[in-house]
Design a protein around this ligand. Structure first.
Ligand SMILES: [Zn+2]
Length: 397
């Protein structure tokens, strides 16, 4: 296929970068030979909506972790065969934690955030034995790595979170991997012949190609002025970085906790909020702390896709895991409800009983008491209303 030299925008675009219209998902690249259209990203893919976002991410990464973006979007890009690159990938991950706090790993699989997508790609390259094509496989790989490095025993290590302890595990594991790639010819051969295409979503692949083409088209000096517009843009990004770094040193605590429109509970926030309100909520907080039960705060889209449920399912307990929506206005009392189920499960009560009138009455009562004691919104005005809801919506046994 012969690609046209430039992108065409069928509609005028409002997004301007560098004084020029930028290509968006609406843009098409015409193939000269067949007249076939290649779209920058599938429409409907939320994260693909702004190519500008992607370009800015690349420029920002190029400043701080030179070469990393290109390597992660290259299907043959190995972090271990290019000197200094796995350390850069680790630094990129560590900086994400510094910026945003602990990263809930299922969120990096929802494909809606470009930076998260980069986190996922970096994790896949850093741990060649980890399959990052699905969340389940990835978690299995992480569990194995936790076991192999002994980090699973460590306080604070949680297979669902990219946090300081997980970073410690990665550093250990990556050092071992690097050592083996450098010294063991078989391992090296594997790394040399590894293809990472399957780890990138289609939309991401198309976007990253679009970025490369866009930047290539921009890298020639503008004819009239002789200036290189890309260089200016790069300088601007570098400037922003310097300012941010200075700001961080002055007021470390402020960064990461401001400007977030949606609620962003960490596991610690939830434990703190539950502790001491009711007997049950304290018990749940304690079990979360001891990792007897687990908590997963996820976005609506991922929640529904992962559990195959509709928008009317507020929260779910699966074995000793609690799943709640980060958009839920009753997030904390949801955790009390599902936490009651998860504790029942942990204590050997059968799932059948947990999902019956008996288990649900326990969960709804604990939730209602928590709502009353914490001064939150009370879902059912009376206990009778609550029981009617249970009788109507759940099976007797
Ligand atoms: Zn329930």
């Amino acid at each position: 296929m012969i690609l046209a030299g430039r992108w065409e925008n069928p509609e005028p675009q409002t997004e301007i970068v560098n004084g020029k219209e930028i290509i968006t998902t609406e843009s098409v690249l015409l193939c000269r030979a067949g007249g076939m259209e290649i779209q920058a990203a599938n429409s409907g893919q939320k994260f693909g909506k702004k190519l500008a976002e992607q370009i800015n991410l690349k420029l920002a990464m190029d400043v701080k972790y030179p070469g990393l973006y290109d390597l992660l979007t290259d299907p043959y890009g190995s972090l271990y065969l290019n000197e200094g690159m796995y350390e850069k990938a680790l630094a990129f991950l560590a900086d994400r934690i510094t910026d945003k706090g602990d990263i809930f790993l299922p969120a990096v699989f929802d494909g809606n955030d470009l930076e998260n997508e980069m986190v996922r790609l970096a994790l896949g390259r850093l741990m060649p034995r980890c399959d990052i094509s699905t969340y389940d496989r990835f978690i299995n790989g992480l569990e194995d790595t936790g076991l192999l490095t002994g980090m699973n025993e460590e306080e604070g290590w949680d297979v669902h979170y990219l946090n300081d302890e997980m970073m410690e595990m990665l550093r250990k594991d990556c050092e071992t991997t690097n050592e083996r790639v450098q010294t063991d010819p078989t391992i090296r051969w594997q790394e040399e012949n590894r293809v990472f295409t399957s780890s990138m979503s289609d939309a991401m692949t198309q976007l990253s190609k679009a970025v490369v083409m866009y930047l290539a088209s921009q890298s020639q000096p503008a004819e009239k002025t002789g200036e290189n517009p890309l260089k200016k843009l790069k300088e601007k990004v570098e400037d922003q970085f310097k300012k941010r770094e200075q700001g961080r040193n002055a007021s470390a605590a402020k960064i990461g906790s401001t400007g977030q429109a949606v609620q962003n509970y960490t596991k610690e926030d939830i434990i703190t909020a539950l502790d001491g309100v009711t007997e049950k909520s304290s018990e749940i907080a304690d079990a979360l702390r001891k990792k007897e039960i687990g908590i997963n705060v996820i976005g609506d889209e991922l929640f529904e896709r992962y559990h195959g449920c509709g928008s009317d399912t507020v929260a779910i307990q699966v074995n000793e895991q609690i799943y709640v929506r980060n958009s839920s206005v009753s997030l904390l009392s949801d955790v009390v409800h599902e936490g009651t189920h998860a504790l029942d499960y942990y204590n050997g009560i059968s799932q059948k009983v947990i999902s019956s009138w008996t288990g649900e009455t326990a969960a709804y009562s604990a939730e209602r008491l928590f709502q009353l004691k914490s001064g939150g919104k009370v879902e059912f005005a009376t206990e009778e209303d609550m029981m009617v809801h249970i009788w109507q919506n759940y099976s007797r046994r």
